[in-house]
Design a protein around this ligand. Sequence first.
Ligand code: G3P
Ligand code: CA
Length: 275
Amino acid sequence: MTHAPQHAIQVVAHRGASEDAPEHTLAAYRKAIEDGADALECDVRLTADGHLVCVHDRRVNRTSNGRGAVSALELADLAALDFGSWKTREAWRGRDEEPDWEHRPEDREETSVLTLERLLELVADAGRRVELAIETKHPTRWAGQVEERLLTLLKRFGLDAPASAAESPVRIMSFSARSLHRVRAAAPTLPTVYLMQFVSPRLRDGRLPAGVQVAGPSIRIVRSHPAYVQRLKRSGHQVHVWTVNEPEDVDLCVELGVDAIITNRPRAVLRRLGR
Ligand code: G3P
Ligand code: CA
């Protein structure tokens, strides 16, 4: 059974097709593009030598065979690590469907650390429009450097100054209002998304920090306060919800008229939406 929405809902692959393939690897993003995702989500961090890499955690321990903080390692150190083998078939036991991605250590690039630059190249070569939702991590530690490097890189790809937010294939997300403010100050037409794990009392009426167009509440917020989504929409904001993996949560998002669903399972969500 499909639950087709009245309006188009964008399906965003969270860290790539990260249920099937190791998160934040080329393998996961290629799979998401093959699956038909409208957009890709990634987290970015700065290495010790100033490169933006797509890694969620502060440390590499969970998702690679190495140890240490991304910010203390150089790109060459990270490039020597394997970001794929942790996600073995063992980890997939109990799933109904056999995953159709298999880890092959010989495909080095597929499971190496992914730079944001390489991800931008992948998107540019996708052969169709694939949007990118880039989340800035640890923005206070580097006091503006993450945003500065990010905008420099986007400029090289001609993505830093869209004619309007609505036309931009790239948006910047953060839990930090300060980080989004820095982005807007330097690139006023790039859309920004304010991520929320809880709703602070001053934002309960549906307003967002000044200049932010899009609200990014967690699915927990949406489940427990569905009326909040309506308030955000009445205030003129788009609503992008994370991380929506269960069919009943997809249905709730459809019912509430959210604008984007961020999910580890893009293929399953697209199917649920009748696409
Ligand atoms: O897309 C937003 C979501 O990714 C925020 O949470 O911890 O997965 O980065 P996290
Ligand atoms: Ca994220």
